[in-house]
Structure formats: C-alpha cells, structure tokens
Design a protein around this ligand. Sequence first.
Ligand code: DOR
Ligand code: ZN
Length: 347
Amino acid sequence: MNTEISIIRPDDWHLHLRDGEMLGAVLPSSARIYGRALIMPNLVPPVTTAKLAESYRKRIKEALPEGSDFKPLMTCYLTDSTSEKDIHTAYAVKAFHAAKLFPSGATTNSENGVTDIKNVYPVLEAMQEIGMPLSVHGEVTDPEVDIFDREAVFIEQVLEPVRRDFPELKIIFEHLTSKSGVDYVFEQDEYLAATITPHHLLLTRNDLFAGGMNPYMYCLPVAKTFEDREAIHKAAISGDKRFFLGTDSAPHPARMKEKVGAAAGIFNAPTSIGYVTQVFEELDALDKLEGFTSIYGAGFYGFLPNGSTITLAKQEEPVEMNWQIKVGGDVVKIFKPDTPLFWDLVD
Ligand code: DOR
Ligand code: ZN
C-alpha cells in the first residue's frame, strides 16, 4: 500500500541556480517543488548590488516554466568593500532578503568574498539595525586547519565574536554539518538559525570514498562522521524552529565534477524533498517534516508559510528516473546516494 503525506508547499532557504543555459535547465526542478527560494549570489561576477540582483531576478523569472508561482528571493554577496548604505536601501525595497558571507576562498566562486570579518563590521552593524539576515558559509579557510574541523573552528574564530559584537543580528549558519555546529545553535537564542541540506542528512565522509573516490558526493562543507550526521538528524527532527531546510542544490557540469580539482557542489533539487521525507520517515518523525520544510524558515525570514500544499507518496519500488539533465552539450548529474529513493512528489 502506498503511504501518502501532504504538507504545506516547502521553501528552499539556500539554492544555487547559476545563470544562462544552466539556469534554464535546473530551475524547473526547484520550481516544481518549492514556493520560494533564497538564491545564492556566487555568480561570476558575483551579485553584489541591488541592480545586479534585480537583473538576475528577472532572468530567473523569465526562465520559469509557464504558470509557475515560484519566487526567487535575492541575496547580496558581501565583499570587503560592500557599503552599508547600499545594503540599507536594497533591503528596504526587498531587492535583497539577506546578505551572504563567503569567507574568501571557502568555496565555489568565493574569491571576491570577505578576507577578514572586521572588514564588514560596519555592514553587520547596519544589518543588525534594520533586521536584515546574514547568511553564513561557516568554514575557516586557513589551510593549516583540518578540512573536517573548519566548521568548528569557524564557530570559535568568527561566529562567536560576531554573535558577541552583534547579539541581535539575525544569522543563518548555512548547511550545518557537524555536531559542534548543532550543539552551538542549540545553546544560542532566536537570532541564530541554521539550514540543513538533504545530502548532509544522508551522507557521511565514507560516501566520498565508497567504491572509489566519488566527486558526486563532494560538497562544501564536506560531509562528516556518523556522529555528526546523527546530530544533524536530531536537529532536523527536533521541532526546534531554528533548524530548517536549505538544499544547497549546486549544479556543476559533469566535465567540472569528473576531473582533478573536481568542483564542490551537489545537484539535489529534483530529489531533495523525496530524500528529506524519506529520512524523516526512517527517523519516525514525519510529524516534524512540515515545520522543517515549510514553516520555520519562512518564519525566520519574516514570511507566512505558502498558501498551497504538495503531496508525496512512498512507492513500493525505488523511484526510477533519468539521473541526469542535459545542459547544452553537457550533463548535470542528479544526487544519487547509495540509499535508494522511495518517496516521490505526486502532486
Ligand atoms: O558544495 C558547495 N557548492 N558548497 C558551496 O558552498 C558552494 C556550492 C557551489 O556554488 O557550487
Ligand atoms: Zn551553497
């Protein structure tokens, strides 16, 4: 017998859509599922001004399938020279819904990111004042720090001082991967929230090496240990409104993944909600799904939940699909962990 579940249409609070042909190819997968998404600004060149954000938003709207109500919510890529004045006006007219902190060198297209958090202190001050959320890639970039500890060290070296200096700045600790991160968020107050991705609910670092080194399991922050994943599970199903879904769906062409220096990023949009539902079912927490996917994130960003619903059904056989999409002369492979997928969007 098929089990079905209907939930308020979810939002994706962390999404990479890219631009041009890639945008056109990947956008329908998200628009089919999500009502809104917070769009990451790490294009080349990055989305650093309201003007750039507005033209990017228009390109996204134009690439939407006909009749889609999907709403892209734009973010500002912080650089060492972002001015607080620009942020102020852009947030007031909703040209930006958040500013994104990429520590310079932390991940894909972060070269123009912030080199020292103190450089953006005046901007953080202004954001605190106007209630504009700061979305954070929480990893230090020091090559001397073990890659699996970079999230924990970021808390100590960057997040904790920022929290102390701007206690009422709304911060989203993006794509949480570690027990240290989870424990930290639980200890804090309502000004700190965190997103959790489908892939970090499923993967551990073993998956990077299972059956040989696998770049399709590689993203940043990198998946961690079983203990870390268990902490991520607990946070996701806790019913605590500070933890919500951000897929971090990050498409790269196969030619950029299957090479030395493979690009970091997992394209999970098509199966994201199916896998999240499956993990919640396995953890016997389907009653906590809707809060995590459709209510808490909206609340944090000052929105009401979406007005429509989606229905997912558990299939008897694993979901079959073409696990890649075409982009020009290349393909983008869809996230396919070892765990077969049984949950599918049916309505
Ligand atoms: O794995 C990742 N891919 N992590 C990020 O932080 C960026 C993203 C991308 O843009 O490809
Ligand atoms: Zn991301």
